[in-house]
Design a binder for this molecule. Structure first.
Ligand code: 5GP
Ligand code: ZN
Length: 115
């Protein structure tokens, strides 16, 4: 999608600090980290939000793959004591970038419930 920041990052048109990349997904450091470690994990293919995920074989394969990589990325970032995986969806979820992404945060004690 031409006016999407994260598609721009996928295409290499917008700079980012990449942590992990393969054919399907990209992981890069968040611009405004909310924890000592704060990265974003995204599908390279544009989805507006979690609402756009379907039960198609393609989506099952893609998001199964993405989820299976989370703990591997967490380990490479040294998150041995745990982490938080967050997906903000829509207006009430406070989603600000309309390209589906998962926040992976760690290296500090989280609080609950989130605000
Ligand atoms: P949301 O609020 O949609 O859940 O999260 C969007 C996240 O994207 C925010 O944490 C914000 O700091 C991050 N972000 C916004 N623009 C950029 C950018 O151009 N580069 C990077 N690396 N992160 C961004
Ligand atoms: Zn996009």
């Amino acid at each position: 999608m031409s006016d999407c920041i994260f598609c721009g990052i996928v295409d290499g048109k917008i700079p980012s600090n990449i942590v992990y990349e393969d054919e399907e997904i990209l992981c890069f450091h968040d611009l405004e980290p909310q924890a000592p470690v704060h990265v974003l994990i995204i599908p390279k293919k544009h989805y507006d939000s979690a609402d756009a995920i379907t039960e198609s074989d393609e989506d099952k394969e893609l998001f199964g793959h993405l989820m299976a990589k989370v703990h591997i990325i967490a380990k490479t970032l040294g998150l041995d004591k745990g982490y938080r995986l967050v997906c903000n969806c829509g207006e009430d979820g406070l989603q600000t970038v309309q390209h589906l992404h998962f926040h992976l945060l760690g290296k500090r004690k989280m609080t609950w419930p989130p605000g």
